[in-house]
Design a binder for this molecule. Structure first.
Ligand code: NAI
Length: 464
């Protein structure tokens, strides 16, 4: 790596924060400044209580913060000083206008790009870290070139991020691959090499792969679509298992031993969540439609449809087993994050399920080891979920699972937090209304043990 290389990252979120903190950690001679318009978020990054929960993140940040890692809201200054600029801002699904509900909202990417063009006083390598539709780099280049000062050059790279929340730090330390896309011109390849050299500080050379910009951009959408498709496939099979008496875990095990299929990511569940899978598939659907490929669009759309179906199937099962009414019943919801080891709730299955529990007039007791109370309230008071009055009337947040389950008619497990496996379920059972139900939406509790205690157990993908 060039001596005294300076990196700026625009967007201090789930991706920008951990990614660039690991770069700082692994490259002590590189200065990394992570900026964000959100001052509260920057203040939190500069405090003892980081704004996101990710195992191992504290150690990385505390080791280099103030040394070669800085968090700042001085966006312009960081842009001016940097050689390399990561654009790692959010790209949510558009809520209105053309492509609403499918297309990516590129307003944040564009405004960050315009800012770079406006304030840069020297040449830069600009790196797309956000997940973007194919050919976004072209738009970025048009904006940069039309707005920059004379004599300044911008090279654009695509460097999609493959980390998974909950395992971000190991994923970044030991990635399966690092992907860098560039224009296949001499300048493009030179820029590609500068970034590859940064990663080469800790990533084996053969895992750093390079290709054209469009392939790189599409690879990220494709990888997420394929991952989500596996989940929807096993979930579709789980419905057949429940109807026939087959066991989805056994089926997944038998299939996963085929080396062409492989065992990972074949766990049935209440459905996938998170900020990426659904958004990126919808993005791919929109792209396919724009390219006049309706059959392709329809194919990928089905992955999301199946995910919604999985959630509604689980809800129906809960209502049915609870004697067809949830009115005034106490439901303990175990887990609100979209998966374990994160406090992130974006697109969490829990939001959909709790919304319906509210509509069924249940009393809902929520416990999650990491999600902040304010986040739960914000998610559930969104328009289309519940009104603040409904929320107040129906939802109570607990900080102890035993308290949450006290006097409950049923426990609904929605996040696979390890601690849910080791609770004293006899104690839980003793304090519940009878018959005491437990609905395992993650298919990870010891069914036999729970039944021996006396629970009525319902599991995704298996008749009990
Ligand atoms: P996030 O919402 O946590 O963070 C984005 C940050 O960018 C926010 O803090 C926002 O204030 C800031 N921002 C927006 N516009 C800005 C501007 N013009 N100047 C300065 N700051 C600005 O989003 P997250 O989860 O980090 O995702 C970022 C991108 O990475 C998205 O495109 C996402 O699809 C992609 N991605 C996300 C993964 C994940 O696990 N969350 C994994 C891989 C990719």
């Amino acid at each position: 790596t060039k001596e005294n290389l300076k990196i700026c990252c625009i967007g201090a979120g789930y991706v920008g924060g951990p990614t660039c903190a690991v770069i700082a950690y692994k490259c002590p001679t590189v200065t990394v400044t992570i900026v964000d318009l959100n001052e509260d978020r920057i203040a939190a990054w500069n405090s003892d209580n980081l704004p996101i929960y990710e195992p191992g993140l504290d150690d990385v940040v505390f080791a280099c913060r103030g040394r070669n890692l800085f968090f700042s809201s001085e966006v312009d200054q960081a842009i001016q000083e940097a050689d390399l600029i990561f654009v790692s801002v959010n790209t949510p699904t558009k809520k209105s206008g053309i492509g609403a509900g499918f297309a990516a909202d590129l307003a944040y990417v564009e405004s960050a790009t315009r800012r770079i063009a406006q304030v840069a006083t020297s040449s830069k390598i600009v790196i797309e870290k956000s997940t973007v539709p194919c050919r976004t780099a072209e738009s970025m280049r048009a904006i940069l070139e039309a707005n920059s000062r004379d004599g300044i050059r911008f090279d654009i790279l695509s460097n999609p991020e493959f980390l998974a929340e909950g395992t971000a730090i190991p994923d970044l330390m030991y990635p399966d691959r690092v992907l860098i896309g560039s224009l296949q011109t001499p300048e493009g390849i030179k820029a590609q090499n500068v970034l590859a050299d940064v990663y080469a500080n800790w990533v084996p050379k053969e895992k750093i792969i390079t290709m054209g910009l469009w392939s790189s951009e599409l690879s990220k959408l494709a990888a997420n679509a394929l991952l989500a498709q596996r989940i929807s496939s096993i979930n579709a099979l789980s419905a057949i298992c429940e109807a026939t008496g087959a066991d989805v875990d056994e089926v997944a095990y038998a299939c996963g031993l085929d080396s062409r299929i492989g065992p990972k990511f074949l766990k049935a569940s209440v459905g996938f969540g998170g900020s990426c899978f659904q958004k990126d598939i919808l993005n791919l659907v929109y792209l396919s439609e724009s390219l006049h490929l309706p059959e392709v669009a329809e194919y990928w759309k089905q992955v999301v449809t199946m995910n919604e179906y999985q959630k509604s199937r689980f809800l129906e099962r809960i209502v049915k087993r609870l004697f067809n009414t949830l009115t005034n019943k106490n439901l303990a919801v175990f887990g609100f994050a979209f998966k374990k080891n994160t406090g992130d709730t974006r697109e969490s299955a829990a939001i959909t399920l709790v919304k319906h529990f509210i509509q069924e007039k249940a009393n809902i007791h929520i416990y999650d080891p990491k999600v902040e109370d304010a986040q739960i309230e914000m998610d559930l008071c969104e328009p289309g979920i519940a009104t603040p009055e409904q929320y107040k009337k129906s939802v109570t947040i607990f900080h102890d699972p035993y308290e949450a389950a006290k006097n409950a008619d049923a426990i609904v497990v929605l996040t696979e937090w390890d601690e849910f496996k080791t609770l004293d379920y006899q104690r839980v059972y003793n304090n519940m209304h009878k018959p005491a139900f437990i609905f395992d939406g993650r298919l990870f509790l010891d069914t036999k043990k729970l039944q021996n205690i006396g629970f009525q157990v319902e599991v995704i993908g298996r008749q009990v």
